[in-house]
Design a protein around this ligand. Structure first.
Ligand code: 5GP
Length: 205
């Protein structure tokens, strides 16, 4: 069985990452999204096990000591982590796993899983980012201003990602994400692991 691709997607808060990720998951049956654990409070409309596993700090720390996370980080004063079992089981079953994580988590994973594909989603402008954060109406003024000042430094991290997608038009950005993923699936180095005929054709006699 071919191992799936690990796809890391990061963006400054408000760039539209969550909507884009759910769109690509809906459109592509081979993609699955990893649901993270977080100590952050649930926002209106969010659901347990769909958006996050909402956990206490005590439980989160227990999972850290147990090495249950493949990566974890503190973001805006809350803890977030990705379940190691969930990712490994799905990759082993051949699914391509999408992680919506911040740059710290992406950096941790890039060093332990160098084959991971990293994609940074950027807003078209800083003003547009501010408009989107206000429009979603889920955060307080204080949170919005913290997230905006963080956005500029987050943007500088884009240089460490394999790809950058600018989310100006939602449809274009969705298609670009799917194009990247499909091209990665077609890479010789990836196909050779799953396709025995191709592997034998390409191996030296
Ligand atoms: P939010 O609280 O807005 O849902 O997420 C805040 C930030 O935490 C976002 O950049 C999001 O991608 C990141 N995040 C969500 N889950 C994880 C995770 O499991 N690990 C890491 N490192 N970051 C995460």
């Amino acid at each position: 069985m071919n191992k799936g691709l690990l796809i890391l997607i990061s963006a400054p808060s408000g760039a539209g990452k969550t909507s884009l990720v759910s769109e690509i998951i809906d459109r592509d049956d081979q993609l699955i999204k990893s649901v993270s654990h977080t100590t952050r409070a649930k926002r209106p409309g969010e659901e347990e096990k769909i958006d996050y596993f909402f956990t206490t700090e005590k439980e989160f720390n227990r999972m850290v000591s147990n090495s249950d996370f493949i990566e974890h980080a503190a973001v805006f004063g809350n803890f977030y982590g990705t379940s190691k079992n969930y990712v490994e089981e799905n990759l082993d079953s051949g699914l391509d796993v999408v992680l919506e994580i911040d740059w710290q988590g992406a950096q941790q994973l890039q060093s332990v899983m160098p084959d991971a594909i990293s994609i940074f989603i950027a807003p078209p402008t800083k003003q547009e980012l501010e408009n989107r954060l206000r429009k979603r109406g889920k955060d307080s003024e204080e949170t919005i201003s913290i997230r905006l000042s963080q956005a500029s430094s987050d943007m500088k991290k884009a240089i460490n990602y394999n790809y950058v997608v600018i989310n100006d038009s939602f449809e274009t950005a969705t298609n670009q994400l799917l194009t990247i993923i499909n091209a990665e699936r077609l890479k010789t180095s990836h196909q050779i692991k799953s396709n025995e005929t191709l592997a034998s054709l390409l191996s030296p006699k």
